[in-house]
Design a protein around this ligand. Sequence first.
Ligand SMILES: NC(=O)c1ccc[n+]([C@@H]2O[C@H](COP(=O)([O-])OP(=O)(O)OC[C@H]3O[C@@H](n4cnc5c(N)ncnc54)[C@H](O)[C@@H]3O)[C@@H](O)[C@H]2O)c1
Length: 238
Amino acid sequence: MSSPAGTAVVTGAASGMGRSTVEAFLRRGWTVVAVDLVASTAPAGSPGTLIPVVADVRDRDALTTALDAALGPDRAVEVVANIAGVYPPTTLDTYDEATYRRIFDINVLGVLNVTAAVRGRLREGSSVVNFASTDAFTVSPGQLLYGASKAAVVMLTKSLALELAPARIRVNGIAPGWVATPGNAATGRMDAAAASIPLGRVAQPEEIAEWVWLLSVGEHAAFITGETLMLSGGAAMR
Ligand SMILES: NC(=O)c1ccc[n+]([C@@H]2O[C@H](COP(=O)([O-])OP(=O)(O)OC[C@H]3O[C@@H](n4cnc5c(N)ncnc54)[C@H](O)[C@@H]3O)[C@@H](O)[C@H]2O)c1
């Protein structure tokens, strides 16, 4: 890929697909502002520059202050990857208001807060990628509120794409299915999940991260906006 190295803001940067996305951009010499509740680290020998920002995406003011401190007054942002998310199970029987707030505030409000915090730094050609889930499109038993929050991310992605199109800023989404993240591995359900997926396996975080790259600065990305790409090995289709 011949695009010049720029600056990416990645949330959920300390774990799973966020961490893999950080690494994908660092590998290509980018500067990555890595937002998470804990400090993110770069793999040894990465050509890029990691700037860890410890912030909660729910807190708009504190987040904006932290991002402004990390980015300085003039730095443009070419890519925003809104990956921080939580997926505690809920049903009509088990949900409570605190869990509702946590899921929607991190998964939905967090996307808005981060995008708004850097809006003034996004230029023509900049790109936002929001993480949804296949659960936004197909019902996952026991994920009542999570699925609803990710459906909201899909619609936010479309609305923001329309709002930012006149500025030639693109906004897209990624909807992963089963991914071999540490959290999923700990459930002990990965083998059963793989057996249920038409392509016969779960995804690796690194291959999902490559789609963040392709959708944002990939060679042929310039005409896609408002789309949420399903990456499920055929487990969910629409
Ligand atoms: N793991 C999967 O199979 C899967 C499938 C579909 C969609 N997703 C979505 O992909 C995204 C990444 O999932 P993952 O499993 O790689 O993540 P993960 O659980 O491994 O890591 C999430 C990271 O987000 C951070 N985070 C949580 N709350 C935060 C907050 N308030 N502010 C800042 N950071 C916060 C956590 O500290 C953590 O480092 C999430 O949005 C998730 O909903 C995951």
